[in-house]
Design a protein around this ligand. Sequence first.
Ligand SMILES: C[S@@+](CC[C@H](N)C(=O)[O-])C[C@H]1O[C@@H](n2cnc3c(N)ncnc32)[C@H](O)[C@@H]1O
Length: 270
Amino acid sequence: MESSEQPQPHVRKGLSVDEYEPKSMSRAEFQLLPRNSQKRVMKKELWENRAEEYKEKQRQKNRDIKRRRKERVRQGEAAPRRKPEDQTRTAHRIVIDMDFDEKMNDKEISSICAQVQRCYAANRQALKYVGLHVTKLHERCRQRFDSALEQHAGWSTEHVVLEDKEYVDVFDKNELVYLTADSPNVIEDLDPKKVYVIGGLVDKNRYPRLTLDKAEAQGIQHAQLPIGLYVQMASRKVMTVNQIFEMLLRFIDVGDWKTAFTEVIPTRKL
Ligand SMILES: C[S@@+](CC[C@H](N)C(=O)[O-])C[C@H]1O[C@@H](n2cnc3c(N)ncnc32)[C@H](O)[C@@H]1O
């Protein structure tokens, strides 16, 4: 919910207390109140009315999303939602490091939050799902999650854990591997004993080496995915957070990088 979409106390221009029909008391009781109290009651009731209208609008929006999704599933354009009992939890753990708030403008903050949401949805849908940790959430992203993406309140903690802490305070440093396109090391396999970190950043290549420098400063391992070994890229091999996450999920599921890359990388990039 955007803050600009918040319901505002709405008093119809020209609506005076003399013509107002109160909801919480009779007209006679209302008329006995001092003028200021009448105005306060009228404003409060109109506000409540607006808030209820707004909530109903939101409920209708959600119903429409569900209905459209059902329709897409019926037409074979979307996969049916996976039931928790059809999924298997693997030992793999993946972190999205959100400690980059101040490096992004508002549009990029919305974009990174939407990408995290897609990661959650992919984990919720995968046959084999991983332990997904979103660490060091700062104020702007938290606000975005709490407002525009308010459905995150219903996220299953089995499929995502939101942490205020930095990943080095959650996991053993020796287990951590920072994934970054700038690393000279190339990953061959995913070790379930390791924790793979993805930089939660949308930067349009403004900050090359940012995550590599961070990993080096923290003294943790780093590596890039073996994209160039399996597919020919039309541009640089820097992917978005959700693309990297989806590639990891697909690799864990099928055990084959080529499939993981070709399924996830948009064809225009190949
Ligand atoms: C948009 S990129 C951010 C690029 C940023 N300049 C940086 O220093 O990482 C988002 C994240 O996706 C991951 N990523 C992107 N491409 C990758 C690749 N080819 N190999 C490994 N990780 C990659 C990295 O974790 C990266 O931080």
